[in-house]
Design a protein around this ligand. Structure first.
Ligand code: FAD
Length: 456
């Protein structure tokens, strides 16, 4: 019977090991994407992520069609829907690339054993991480909780395999197939349509991801190490949503960067190393998620469970979300996020620190807002980033290190270009006064931290 390829966080044709293996089997291919909002423990996508997914599926369907296959869309609990689909087409084999969240793994495990019991071959492949999380272990055989030794161990492991080329043609399946209509999934916002800024900033899909990588390697990689912290510079790759959705793989990025690096020397060559190290932080956040599945809800450092958060100040939270705190770098970041679905990494750290340590609002509130508004909202990197800033996470910034948003602005946006672009009324009477005093709130945060320090 035909081969089913189940697309998930790997919406690409090139370097897709599951697809590659299915093509190798030589039977007609049924390509399917499922919108699963029902299986237990699967976190519903945020608004910006749904917008991205829509564009990415349009792009994937087009690419599949140009090679001779169709994309079938189904909605519902993955295990039931795929079991039914496999039976209805008489599938001989089902292929997918692995995911690393606990709920997703549980679905995959049940599905795999169910399919095998019914005589259908089922196989999962490594497509989204350079190193499968369980393959990188400490000398004692456990997971890493500090980045530097983790990354050293990754560098000492066998090097990432070369990427697979995209298939030249796909043997399509010609039997009858029921598919949902993408528009019926309501992934795009309509009342109101808040996505104009996202459309202007992004082009979802595999082709756009490849173009971004090429342009980044050519124009920005040599100065990455020096300029990556300056939000006005556009010196980073902007690949994070493409990586999140698997429109490009870390193997493709790795090998293209290593190749670009051979043409560089000195500081520019260090920049290439630095860039790959950032890709390493993505690996690390997945390693941590794999070993701590409740990363989005549970403090990695248990003493933070006793942190004396004051009752939630809804007005302060709203001011932060809307970019009206009176601190221009924080407000610029939060408005960039709302407008474009993204925020520069340096500013993410400053805005997160401000919420946690100047507004004394639980990091989980911030994580949830980012989850809803980021196009790269990622089950590993987002909670990992929040716990890192809070000080409750793996290899985290110590809690007592409080970013000062004014000093950060002087240092990383010295001419105020980034701020002016995102907060046009900055410096006029229309700009809000600061909602809190930095010194006072910092002292309150440190006093709260004193209460849990030393607890275990
Ligand atoms: P580049 O500098 O070009 O880096 C290349 C790639 O490396 C990125 O695309 C990304 O995949 C990875 N990467 C870089 N920095 C990090 C990092 N610190 N942690 C993990 N991976 C990294 N990243 C997400 O992809 N999704 C998230 O939901 C997310 N939430 C975050 C929340 C907070 C509070 C913080 C502080 C950081 C968060 N990050 C998240 C990490 C980082 O901010 C983004 O990956 C980065 O800004 C993306 O821009 P870029 O693609 O131009 O990065």
């Amino acid at each position: 019977g035909p081969s089913i390829v189940w697309f998930r966080d790997d919406l690409r044709l090139a370097d897709n090991p599951a697809l590659h293996a299915a093509v190798g089997r030589g039977r007609p291919i049924v390509a399917v994407y499922l919108l699963d909002e029902e299986s237990a423990g699967i976190r519903p996508l945020g608004g910006a992520a749904r917008w991205w997914l829509h564009g990415s599926l349009v792009s994937l369907a087009d690419s599949l069609e140009s090679l001779g296959a169709r994309l079938t869309l189904r909605r519902g609990p993955a295990e039931a829907v795929l079991t039914e689909l496999a039976a209805s087409v008489g599938a001989g084999a089902v292929f997918w690339n692995r995911r690393y969240g606990a709920a997703e793994r549980a679905v995959d495990t049940r599905l795999k054993s169910g399919l095998r019991k019914s005589g259908t071959w089922a196989g999962s492949f490594a497509g989204s991480l350079l190193h499968e999380p369980w393959t990188i272990q400490t000398g004692q055989g456990g997971p890493y909780s500090v980045f530097t030794p983790f990354w050293r161990a990754c560098r000492a492991a066998p090097p990432p395999r070369p990427p697979y080329p995209a298939p030249a043609a796909l043997p399509g399946y010609s039997g009858p197939l029921v598919s949902d209509v993408l528009a019926d999934w309501d992934l795009l916002p309509d009342r109101p349509d808040w996505a104009a800024g996202l459309r202007a900033a992004w082009q979802p899909g595999e082709a756009a991801a490849q173009r971004l990588l090429d342009v980044f390697l050519r124009d920005s990689l040599p100065r990455y190490a020096d300029e990556r912290d300056e939000p006005a510079r556009a010196a980073t790759s902007r690949l994070s949503p493409h990586l999140r959705w698997g429109e490009i793989s870390p193997f493709q990025i790795w090998h293209a960067t290593e190749w670009a690096r051979t043409g560089l020397a000195g500081r520019a060559q260090e920049s290439a190393t630095r860039f790959l190290t950032e890709v390493g932080w993505r690996e690390f956040s997945h390693h941590v998620l794999f070993n701590a599945p409740d990363l989005a809800t549970v403090n990695l450092r248990p003493e933070f469970d006793a942190f004396p958060w004051p009752p939630l100040d809804e007005r302060a939270l709203a001011a932060w979300q809307q970019g009206r705190t009176g601190y221009p770098l924080v407000d610029a970041g939060m408005r960039e996020l709302w407008r474009t679905g993204s925020m520069h990494n340096r500013v993410r750290m400053v805005a997160a620190s401000f919420l946690i340590k100047n507004l004394l609002i639980d990091w989980r509130e911030g994580e949830a807002w980012f989850w809803d508004t980021l196009v790269d909202a990622d089950a590993a990197s987002n909670p990992f980033g929040w716990q890192w800033v809070a000080g409750s996470g793996a290899d985290a910034a110590p809690y007592f290190r409080v970013f000062n948003p004014e000093l950060q602005a002087q240092k990383f946006d010295p001419r105020g270009e980034y701020i002016r672009e995102n907060v046009p009324e900055w410096g006029t009477d229309a700009y809000p006064a600061p909602i809190v005093d930095l010194g006072e709130t910092r002292r309150a945060a440190l006093a709260a931290y004193e209460k849990i320090k030393g607890l275990k």
